[in-house]
Design a protein around this ligand. Structure first.
Ligand code: BG6
Length: 287
């Protein structure tokens, strides 16, 4: 490993974080959850939102950044005692490699393998590789490898929390004409018309879309481009004031400066991976 490319430091509450600081950007990644908590292009502000009251605890997911929802998204499909969004975001990942690409980007690969602990939650044999590429753009790429003898099925999301100036003044472009399942309205299916403007709780799965989104922010005077591959759904989430108040790890009025735009495969788009095969979902975030 080329240790000069990445520093392993003690982060909040003693958890280890990998810090990449290259000519393009600075990025922080906790090994707990393989959780990217910050991506700040040089001379600019963080593109990711991190709650000021985020809890850094080995048993909990960090509120903000990019949690990995895997191998199930949302509630477990059959067992309500299992934690929402799976266990990848609360597992300790290992550093596999770090290198500089031909274009000068820093590429960090983290890994997670099936263990006694994961088999109790999910009986399948797997390997996960998570590639984080830091350039002018942040790219994250999660590969699931089925190393077992049976097919496996997953749902998943790269649950990115994006920072913005003022939620009611921001617009999300790119999903007009796409139908969404509205989790705050009994999963009613509604077609999106025009840009999304968030003025209340929003929890939607935009179904069967592979398109990029733009987060247009006239307050911070920037537009974030969010593109993806290997993802058939886009989740848009903001808990809004009442729900955010009930969450200990969202700071006061924190919902006003964030929105989640998540590359996902959920609902009908369950991914089946045959024995020996792999599947990759990725998302890129840039100005
Ligand atoms: C979103 C879901 O992706 O994540 C929401 O659509 C959920 O329903 C949200 O509330 C946050 O989940 P959690 O488990 O991190 O609080």
């Amino acid at each position: 490993m080329q240790t000069e490319l990445v520093q392993l430091l003690e982060g909040q509450n003693g958890l280890t974080k990998a810090v990449i600081d290259n000519e393009f950007a600075r990025c922080e990644v906790y090994l707990h959850g393989a959780h990217v908590t910050s991506f700040t292009p040089k001379g600019g502000d963080d593109l990711l939102w991190l709650s000021k009251t985020a809890i850094f605890d080995r048993a909990k997911a960090i509120r903000g950044g990019i949690p990995l929802c895997w191998p199930w998204f949302g509630a477990h499909p059959t067992d309500s005692t299992k934690a929402a969004h799976g266990f990848a975001r609360v597992s300790l990942w290992q550093v596999i490699s770090v290198q500089t690409t031909e274009l000068g980007a820093t590429e960090l690969i983290l890994g997670l393998k099936a263990s006694e602990k994961t088999r109790k939650l999910w009986p399948n044999e797997f390997e996960l590789q998570y590639k984080i590429t830091v350039a002018q753009m942040l790219s994250v790429e999660l590969t699931t490898i089925n190393i077992g003898k049976e097919p496996i099925q997953i749902t998943e999301a790269l649950h990115s929390y994006l920072a913005l100036g003022d939620i009611v003044k921001a617009r999300i472009r790119g999903l007009s004409g796409v139908c969404y399942s509205d989790k705050v309205d009994d999963s009613k299916v509604i077609e999106q018309v025009g840009d999304i403007v968030v003025k209340q709780e929003v929890d939607r799965v935009y179904m069967n879309t592979q398109d990029s989104c733009l987060l247009i922010d006239d307050v911070l005077m920037r537009t974030i481009n969010i593109s993806k591959l290997g993802s058939l759904d886009t989740v848009v989430w903001n808990p809004w004031a009442v729900k955010a108040c009930s969450m200990a790890d969202v700071h006061d009025n924190g919902h006003q400066t964030m929105v989640c735009i998540e590359a996902a495969n959920v609902l009908d788009n369950v991914i089946t991976i045959a024995a020996g095969e792999r599947h990759t979902i990725s998302q890129s975030i840039s100005l």
